[in-house]
Design a binder for this molecule. Structure first.
Ligand code: FNR
Length: 190
């Protein structure tokens, strides 16, 4: 049976390196796996008054339903000021509302954060900063590998593929490991 991953990028930029990394991940998947990429671009700033008055916006529900319909979640996160970027944290905050729906969307969901940066450290600190958030949401965070892409501004060819074969292999191995975790999780739930 096909493994269905869902992913989104935490950057809205057209030339986003994190979106490129996520797209590359979608092209280095094991057999019988697909990665549906959804966008957080339409998610507004969180406002408790809006939630109280009109509930969770349709753009948020759409992403929540996509995550819930998948077997595992892949988030490509930039690192801002050595931590998580506000745009993506805001999206996650809306996606965690109402809290009674966290179970459906995030709980026990195999999840992993990957990241790309033009800098030298590959978003290490952002990835660490996501851990307490992922724990709070009750995700089944995959710790079997890490996918960090430093110097990412030089990593992609014009067609979006990774220029360096070793990096492509590293990404393929990482995705295979994560998909393995997703399959184990599916077996446990049966
Ligand atoms: C950055 N950038 C950055 N990079 C990094 O490796 N560590 C950091 O702490 C930061 N801090 C930071 C703060 C702010 C406000 C911005 C705008 C940028 C650089 C960042 O990695 C770079 O802009 C990436 O290209 C952002 O990801 P996308 O948009 O290419 O996916």
């Amino acid at each position: 049976m096909t493994v269905k991953l869902v992913g989104f990028s935490g950057s809205l930029r057209r030339e986003s390196l994190n979106t490129k990394l996520l797209n590359a991940a979608a092209s280095y998947l094991p057999d019988d796996t697909e990665l549906q990429i959804v966008s957080i671009a339409e998610i507004p700033l969180y406002d408790g008054d809006v939630e109280a008055k009109t509930g969770v916006p349709a753009a948020v529900e759409k992403v929540k339903d996509a995550i819930a319909a998948g077997d595992g979640l892949v988030i490509a996160s930039p690192e801002y000021n050595n931590s998580v970027p506000g745009v993506l944290k805001n999206a996650i905050d809306w996606l965690s509302r109402p809290s009674s729906d966290i179970e459906r969307v995030f709980a026990k969901r195999p999840t992993v954060v990957i990241g790309a940066t033009p800098g030298s450290f590959g978003t290490t600190l952002a990835q660490v900063a996501w851990l307490p958030i992922m724990r709070t949401l009750g995700t089944d965070y995959w710790n079997g590998g890490r996918m960090m892409l430093p110097k990412a501004n030089k990593a992609f060819a014009d067609d979006g593929s990774l220029k360096d074969e070793d990096t492509a292999e590293r990404l393929a191995k990482f995705m295979a490991g994560f998909v393995d975790c997703v399959m184990q999780s599916r077996l446990k739930q049966k």
